[in-house]
Design a protein around this ligand. Structure first.
Ligand code: F3S
Length: 74
């Protein structure tokens, strides 16, 4: 399983993740990215058909703000 959230303390609103994985990432009112599937809590299991997009977004973030792990974030 895969779970993800954005560290908004380091996101610089570059926009790459939303372009790469629009089904996972969206932007809040400040333009910072967040996981749209679970309110950026990292508790919703990412559907397997989105794993490739998630990998691309994670590796493409210039500030390494996209966190991914195989269990839910606390
Ligand atoms: Fe922010 Fe990285 Fe996305 S800087 S907008 S989390 S690609």
């Amino acid at each position: 399983a895969k779970y993800t959230l954005v560290d908004k303390d380091t996101c610089i609103s570059c926009g790459a993740c939303g372009a790469t994985a629009p089904d996972i990432f969206d932007y809040d009112d400040d333009g910072l990215s967040e996981n749209r599937l679970d309110g950026n809590t990292g508790t919703a299991e990412i559907p397997e058909n989105l794993w490739a997009d998630l990998d691309d977004a994670e590796s493409g973030c210039p500030t390494s703000s996209i966190k991914v792990q195989d269990s839910p974030f606390a």
